[in-house]
Write a protein that binds this ligand. Structure first.
Ligand SMILES: C[S@@+](CC[C@H](N)C(=O)[O-])C[C@H]1O[C@@H](n2cnc3c(N)ncnc32)[C@H](O)[C@@H]1O
Length: 198
């Protein structure tokens, strides 16, 4: 049997996919939004072979890098999709199919005139709530203090998530951007949001 490639190439962008459509098995997965070159995604997938990981990234060169690295390592629990994060969560994944969202060092769009381009907006929080499992969570990390407050404010105001402690004991690799910012001595801000079940 030919092994499945890491690249997930949806045959149709106008339908929803279950986890088993993407991985050939499983009911829930974890999603790395804006996975970049995949350093974090691949390290976590290697460490947790029983969990399933989908990287979402809009730049083709980065997706190609993730896929060739994963294929070379023989990782069978990772897929990478070239698409826009909000579109994937809102229109491509089934409700209640994501156990954990990793939102790590996203583009902060620092200028006020660009704030509307930030991924997290008030109307994005119900999208997160829909796609996560009942006990789902989002892990968020950034070097950008203003965007950190923005995301915490949006999540808090929604009433759909609670901010809880981030358990530092669990294996959680540093992303490429985290290593870069830490090497420059920048502070890092982290938040973990648990989905409310009504
Ligand atoms: C600053 S980099 C961080 C990469 C990685 N998470 C890390 O921490 O090393 C942000 C990444 O998100 C991707 N990205 C930004 N906006 C996106 C969107 N709306 N949908 C998908 N990918 C996006 C960028 O192309 C880039 O690779």
């Amino acid at each position: 049997m030919t092994p499945m490639s890491t690249a997930f190439l949806p045959p149709d962008f106008f339908r929803r996919y279950s986890v088993s459509d993407i991985f050939d098995r499983g009911l829930e997965c974890e999603v790395d939004l804006g996975c970049g070159d995949g350093g974090f995604l691949l390290a976590l997938a290697q460490h947790e072979p029983d969990r399933l990981f989908l990287g979402v990234e809009r730049l083709l060169g980065r997706v190609r890098k993730v896929c060739s690295r994963a294929d070379r390592s023989g990782l069978e629990n990772v897929r990478c999709l070239r698409a826009e994060s909000r579109y994937v969560l809102e229109w491509m994944l089934q409700e209640g199919s994501v156990r954990r969202l990793h939102y790590l060092f996203p583009d902060p769009w620092p200028k006020e005139k660009h704030h509307k381009k930030r991924l997290v907006q008030a109307d994005f929080i119900p999208v997160l709530h829909r796609v996560l499992t009942k006990d789902g969570e989002m892990l968020f990390r950034t070097d950008h203090e203003d965007y950190f407050s923005w995301v915490c404010d949006c999540m808090g105001a929604s009433g759909l998530f609670s901010r809880v402690d981030w358990d530092d004991d669990a294996f959680y690799p540093k992303t490429d951007f985290q290593q870069h910012w830490e090497s420059l001595g920048k502070p890092i801000y982290s938040a973990r949001f648990l989905r409310h079940e009504f």
